[in-house]
Design a binder for this molecule. Structure first.
Ligand SMILES: [Zn+2]
Length: 412
């Protein structure tokens, strides 16, 4: 026993229990003693290690932006112990070798449960070898970064994924309807004459996929939902009893297009930030359970790739290290969401999406300081990239200790 942490409030999101006690432990072995003396010091929240079903680690192919190692360090610094990498790397993640490389890296401080491509080379034409990829460890299938527009390919993929008991994760933005839109309608868009993304770009994609879900019975997961209309489509599909789930990113939950201060690509991502009405609908969707998961869409880019403002810069922002803080701020503090439900969106529900159990509560957890009062700044980030809009924003909650496999893998 090399430490004893008093005043620990432990939330078990599976049993929905909430109790105070003392946490004792050290390397490899931890013990929680409920009801033990409060002692001195600050109260810390103990919850299971967070799970993110949507990260980009740029490895292989663009390791100047992120490597599996720096991505994993960013993950545990953010309180995450398991992440699902996206296959939009170079080469694309459509092979057993690619999956093996993601899964078998023993040097990482967290676990990777990778997804694999829906179509060969992520080209949207021929369905990838889903059966081989599933047996090689693919947790789910997605062409994320691109919408699978070819309906025949998507239907075939969903029939085969359903047989394998796997979910398809869809980047629900229809490129023709997007028409080069880089931003939703807002002051900055009008000021600079930027091409606008209309909600139809999202709703056309979601509508088609719900139709295919109804036809094939395959579980459909809508990635990074961003419009009020999209949330409503998911809600009515669930009412119909279809296996449809959705995730919202911390940035679509906390921020909106009106917050964009200027032509700064640190605010550019796909899909773009919604309007204030969209943000309201996303928060309502989380509160009523329509949107059951948070996911970061952590998307590192080099400084060069982020040059040129909204017209030229690459899409995406990093998010692993601010995700807990941003979602706590928006949902727990601003919306009064029950703490246990907030925890479930980061733990139980992502695990259920991939059909895996949560690891043992004493081997995989994070301690959170709910009154850390931290001003976000890139100087402390473990990610290799710096592209994000949160610099200078103040956050109440911040992870202070992450334990994975019984070992402390991050400590603030
Ligand atoms: Zn995407």
């Amino acid at each position: 026993m090399d430490r004893r942490i008093y005043k620990v409030r432990r939330i078990d999101p599976v049993e929905r229990t909430d109790e105070c006690g003392v946490l004792e432990g050290g390397n490899g072995s931890w013990r929680f003693i409920p009801g033990a003396d409060a002692g001195g010091g600050k109260r810390l929240l103990m919850i299971p290690g967070l799970r993110d079903v949507h990260v980009h680690f740029r490895d292989p192919g663009n390791t100047g932006a992120e490597t599996r190692q720096t991505g994993a360090l960013a993950a545990v610094a953010g309180g995450f112990t398991c992440v699902t990498t996206m296959p939009n790397t170079t080469p694309a993640g459509d092979s057993e070798e690619w999956l093996r490389e993601q899964i078998e890296d023993e040097s990482l401080p967290c676990r990777i449960m990778p997804s694999a491509c829906i179509t060969k080379g992520r080209l949207g034409r021929e369905v990838a070898k889903l059966e081989l990829l599933a047996s090689a460890g693919a947790a789910a299938f997605t062409d994320d970064g691109a919408y699978v527009a070819n309906e025949d390919a998507m239907r075939e993929a969903m029939v085969r994924a359903a047989r394998l008991g796997k979910v398809v994760l869809q980047h629900g933005v229809e490129p023709v309807a997007l028409a080069g839109g880089v931003m939703r309608d807002c002051r900055i868009a009008r000021q600079h004459g930027f091409a606008i993304m209309h909600p139809e770009a999202e709703t056309l994609a979601i509508e088609r996929d719900i139709r295919l879900c109804r036809e094939t019975g395959c579980a459909l997961h809508v990635q990074h939902i961003s419009t009020a209309q999209g949330v409503e489509l998911v809600r009515s599909a669930q009412k119909e009893g279809l296996p449809v789930t959705a995730e919202a990113t911390p940035h679509h939950i906390l921020l909106c297009a009106d917050d964009i201060p200027c032509d700064d690509a640190n605010w550019k991502m796909a899909p773009p930030l919604g309007t204030a009405e969209d943000r309201r609908a996303i928060r309502d969707g989380i509160l009523d359970g329509t949107i059951g998961l948070f996911a970061t869409d952590h998307a590192p880019h080099t400084a060069e790739a982020k040059e040129g403002g909204f017209r030229k810069a690459a899409n995406g922002i990093i998010g692993l290290e601010t995700a807990l803080a941003a979602t706590y701020q928006a949902m727990v503090l601003e919306e009064g969401m029950a703490l246990v439900e907030w925890v479930r969106c980061w733990t139980v529900n992502p695990a259920r999406l991939l059909g895996v159990p949560l690891p043992s509560a004493m081997e995989d957890f994070v301690l959170v300081d709910e009154s850390a009062n931290i001003v976000a700044g890139t100087d402390t980030f473990k990610s290799k990239s710096r592209n994000q809009p949160y610099s200078g924003m103040r956050f109440a909650a911040w992870p202070v200790l992450t334990v994975h496999g019984g070992k402390a893998v991050y400590e603030r």
